[in-house]
Design a protein around this ligand. Structure first.
Ligand code: AMP
Ligand code: TRP
Length: 337
């Protein structure tokens, strides 16, 4: 039986943090064993908001290295850089031409990001979800593992594929695109900010103390946890809506220590914050240590890393070009070969 195909990506917009790891990449690591997986560093998405060119290229390479340091294995899956395959931009253009503008203006993430940017909003930011649709549709993807926040973008990709391409341009009932499904991450996947348990841990939070990045050194991790917001109660607990910080930090401890929710619930039931925080700091440092060690090895051998990404590009490009040609033909673009 052929395995179901999975596609996902993260933008190289800054250091990956615990939320990216526990909410996204950790699940990819499981999927690569049972599915045919494509993991992409979406650098073309990263230029839709103002960016620094030097940082972009560094972040692109380091994000790929971090994928692997977290356990994404190039022997099991295809890892590549989005801009290395021109079919992504090209399909994006073809989809642009058939997608109604008012579908785009409804996108929540666009509206949120646009507000932050005032007068400086690029056409690319509006187009971001169509590029994402192109990423997904090029690979005949069955499943797209993403966080809750990306659900609307996935729905858009499905609608473009079904209503704007398949139903209009398919010949003899043979669909051009496979219709992908979102795979929303399992429980415990939403990691909250260290300075406010009601906000998501995010790369774009201006406060560095709000997140722990996968490459933070042990002293910095300990310092950030020491400063993390708490409350005045003794004893930690899950699921108390008035204690979002307790829920988040206990959740982090249960995952990072590997002890699980029941065990840490019991262990920390009567515990004060002063005793809990060093435990969480130690568990975090120990969980990140193997990732950091592996990352240093990978980033220390750039030639090898670049080779892996070339192999990924070559493997992915065959699939992408074949889909692109199918769409070109269906739309009536003259064969270029
Ligand atoms: P982003 O950092 O927004 O580019 O997101 C990359 C991936 O990480 C997406 O699949 C997100 O859903 C996931 N992600 C980002 N922040 C968090 C968080 N705080 N908790 C869980 N998952 C997250
Ligand atoms: N928009 C996604 C995010 O912010 C990143 C992304 C781009 C993506 N292309 C994708 C995720 C294709 C899944 C599939 O997280």
């Amino acid at each position: 039986m052929t395995r179901q195909r999975v596609f996902s990506g993260v933008q190289p917009t800054g250091a990956l943090h615990l939320g990216n790891w526990l909410g996204a990449i950790r699940n990819w690591v499981d999927l690569q064993k049972t599915h045919e997986t494509f993991f992409c560093v979406v650098d073309l998405h990263a230029i839709t908001t103002p960016h620094n060119p030097k940082e972009l290229s560094e972040n692109t390479l380091s994000t790929a290295a971090l994928y692997m340091a977290c356990g994404i294995d190039p022997e099991l899956c295809t890892i590549f850089i989005q801009s290395h395959i021109s079919a992504h931009s090209e399909l994006c253009w073809l989809l642009n031409a058939v997608t109604p503008l008012n579908w785009m203006e409804r996108m929540i993430q666009f509206k949120e990001k646009a507000i932050k940017q005032g007068d400086n909003v690029s056409v690319g930011l509006l187009d971001y979800p169509i590029l994402m649709a192109a990423d997904i549709l090029l690979y005949d993807t069955d499943l797209v593992p993403v966080g809750e926040d990306q659900k609307q973008h996935l729905e858009l990709a499905r609608n473009i594929a079904q209503q704007r391409i398949n139903s209009r341009f398919s010949v003899k009932e043979e669909p051009i695109f496979k219709i992908p499904e979102a795979l929303i991450m399992k429980e415990g996947a939403k990691i909250m900010s260290l300075v406010d348990g009601r906000n998501k841990m995010s790369k774009s939070d201006p406060n560095d103390s709000s997140r722990i990045t996968l490459l933070d050194p042990p002293e910095l991790i300990t310092k950030k946890i020491k400063r993390a917001k708490t409350d005045s109660l003794t004893g930690l607990e899950f699921n108390n809506p008035n204690r979002p910080e307790a829920d988040n930090l206990l959740g982090l401890y249960s995952i990072l220590s590997g002890l699980g929710r029941d065990n840490v619930s019991k262990e920390c039931e009567q515990m004060g914050w002063g005793k809990f925080k060093p435990l969480l700091a130690d568990a975090t440092v120990s969980a990140l240590e193997p990732i950091q060690t592996r990352y240093k090895e990978l980033i220390g051998d750039k030639a090898q890393l670049i080779d892996i990404l070339k192999d990924g590009k070559n493997a992915a490009e065959v699939v992408a070009n074949s889909t692109l040609n199918k769409v070109r033909k269906a739309l009536g673009l003259l064969d270029r070969h």
